[in-house]
Design a protein around this ligand. Structure first.
Ligand code: TTP
Ligand code: MG
Length: 255
């Protein structure tokens, strides 16, 4: 330890007590392993194409925020298999496999430890279950026994692991805008996604996060107008910045 200033202290049983305390404090401040057990955790939710990644990129510049983008690269390459592509090509066959892997990789995101006091995640275990598995189940693309297995894992994980979300930021888009963005970015796996799918996912997000009629809304929700163009969207982010960075408690009117 670097001696910042000379300390005399006093001695008990051959130990200089003041030096010992200062040394402990300095070590705990400098230690690269000083992680927080539960950072203020913000899940960024919203339809496919709502701009979650753009939102995360904006908040990445703050020193006190740890940002976790969705593990889509893993979904595209699970031991050489593109599960996202398989799921869109043959959803009846692959939805369960895909959603099982989504659930595992999202759990890992929840478990990741950080040094910053705020953790910003693109999606969560919750939207995977409450929006996507929900949709696949409604459409008969995932059979009831498969949904039951996903649910058993979901219940076990959320009971025994720290998957707590403290705030949800809902990037609300109209389905038309989300669909236009999906077409524009042209992700190869998403080429066959019809507008009706995006419309239905929108309704499910709305039921879950706005109307609160579907499943369990696990945290307070901030709703942003994510239809806004990229050129002005940062103003919308900044409006809610203090809440997202946990610097201002939420007032009822923004919920
Ligand atoms: P999103 O999780 O919505 O991510 P995105 O990058 O498309 O969103 P944004 O533009 O707002 O950044 O979806 C990624 C892809 O994965 C999309 O094709 C939908 C699919 N998906 C599922 O099928 N099941 C799931 O559980 C999740 C989380 C995504
Ligand atoms: Mg994204």
């Amino acid at each position: 330890m670097i001696e910042l200033f000379p300390l005399k202290g006093f001695t008990i049983g051959g130990m200089n007590i003041v030096k010992k305390i200062v040394s402990k404090m300095a070590n705990s401040l400098a230690s690269p392993t000083s992680v927080l057990s539960h950072p203020f955790t913000v899940a960024v939710e919203g339809n496919v194409g709502s701009g979650k990644t753009t939102f995360l990129n904006y908040f990445n510049k703050f020193d006190n925020v740890g940002v976790f983008a969705e593990p889509i690269d893993l979904w595209r390459n699970c031991n050489g298999y593109n599960l996202l592509d398989l799921m869109y090509k043959d959803p009846k066959k692959w939805s369960f496999t895909f959603q099982s892997y989504v659930q595992l990789t999202m759990l890992r995101q929840h478990q990741k430890k950080i040094h910053q006091p705020v953790k910003l995640m693109e999606r969560s275990l919750y939207s995977a279950r409450y929006c996507f598995v929900e949709k696949m189940s409604r459409d008969g693309l995932m059979a009831a026994p498969s949904v039951a297995v996903i649910d058993e894992w979901f219940k076990y994980i959320t009971k025994f692991e720290d998957t707590k979300v403290d705030l949800i930021v809902y990037l609300k888009t109209s389905p038309e805008v989300a669909y236009e963005r999906i077409l524009k970015r042209n992700r190869s796996e998403e080429r066959t996604v019809p507008f009706e799918y995006i419309q239905a996912l929108h309704d499910i997000h709305e039921d879950w996060l706005c109307r609160k009629t579907l499943h369990n809304c696990v945290a307070p929700v901030i709703i942003l107008n994510a239809d806004l163009d990229r050129s002005v969207i940062e103003e919308e982010y900044e409006r809610f910045g203090p809440h997202i960075l946990n610097k201002m408690p939420l007032q009822a009117e923004v919920l």
